[in-house]
Write a protein that binds this ligand. Structure first.
Ligand SMILES: NC(=O)c1ccc[n+]([C@@H]2O[C@H](COP(=O)([O-])OP(=O)(O)OC[C@H]3O[C@@H](n4cnc5c(N)ncnc54)[C@H](OP(=O)(O)O)[C@@H]3O)[C@@H](O)[C@H]2O)c1
Length: 251
């Protein structure tokens, strides 16, 4: 049985990944998030092929044991793994609470690592791992310090794992959007006027980002960055001192 697994499929770009998977030769798409009703509604509205709703908080290790057991029972071939669930928090670290910052690391880093590790033995030649990363991985961002660091981890993990898996012909891609108008902004505490960067930067379209990101992953690309503006930013991040770019961007 060929499947796709999408974490964070209950909203935002995760829904777009789900819609795009309907065009692939898959038997089922497994969707994971905490909000079960939301997942069911999305699958009913957009699902043409089989689906399995897996309502899980993936930051709880015992929940990942459930996923691991399910995989060993069904023994599917995972053609696409979307490590997409993630959140950010905006503001000075000193004003934030340590539990939320720790939860962000648990979700963006630990859960992504654990789900990838669990999934690998069910992947084969041609399978794709698609990690939703961010432009925040290019240069650290003050007032989103922990978030930027988690996405730098995702980029580093993508690059090294991709190298490790090249002989098995499994591709690993990091999709790196700039701001998108999703629930992410509310969760992060970003509203008009709270961040100069989020007020002024061009926004990425979640649908186009998902479509083009999947295409890039299928072509074997390591990184997909939407919009010319952010492609240019990525080049600048390789050429200029990060301290200069951090001073120029007012997150
Ligand atoms: N929007 C942006 O500006 C932006 C820019 C660059 C990168 N990104 C990245 O894009 C990815 C998707 O974000 P989005 O913009 O689509 O935001 P979103 O609409 O808030 O989606 C986040 C998804 O993660 C799920 N999630 C959160 N905590 C979870 C947990 N503990 N266990 C399982 N699922 C959990 C949420 O579902 P439940 O609440 O139902 O659990 C939701 O489906 C994230 O990795 C984010 O860092 C976003």
């Amino acid at each position: 049985m060929n499947i796709a697994i999408i974490t964070g499929a209950s909203s935002g770009i995760g829904v777009e990944f789900y819609k795009e998977m309907q065009n692939e030769s898959l038997d089922e798409v497994w969707v994971i998030a905490r909000r079960e009703q939301q997942l069911n509604e999305i699958c009913k509205a957009h699902g043409k092929i089989g689906y399995r709703v897996i309502p899980l908080d993936i930051t709880a290790p015992e929940n990942l044991a459930y996923l691991s057991n399910l995989l060993s029972e069904v023994k599917p071939c995972i053609k696409f793994l979307f490590n997409n669930a993630g959140f950010g928090l905006h503001g000075d670290l000193i004003d934030s609470d340590y539990i939320s910052q720790g939860k962000m690391v648990d979700l963006n880093v630990r859960a992504l690592t654990e789900i990838t590790t669990i999934s690998l033995k069910y992947m084969d030649k041609g399978s794709c791992i698609i990690n939703t990363c961010s432009i925040a991985s290019f240069v650290p961002n003050a007032r989103m310090s922990v978030y930027s660091a988690t996405k730098a981890y995702v980029m580093s993990f993508t690059r090294s794992l991709r190298y490790e898996l090249r002989k098995r012909k499994i591709n690993v891609t990091a999709i790196c959007p700039g701001p998108m108008a999703t629930e992410f902004l509310e969760v992060a505490g970003i509203d008009k006027g709270t961040s100069g960067a989020f007020d002024k930067l061009p926004y990425c379209n979640p649908h186009k980002t998902a479509v083009r990101g999947i295409k890039a992953a299928k072509r074997g690309r390591c990184v997909y960055t939407p919009r010319g503006f952010y492609k240019f930013y990525r080049v600048l991040a390789k050429l200029l001192p990060h301290s200069f770019l951090m001073g120029a961007s007012k997150t």
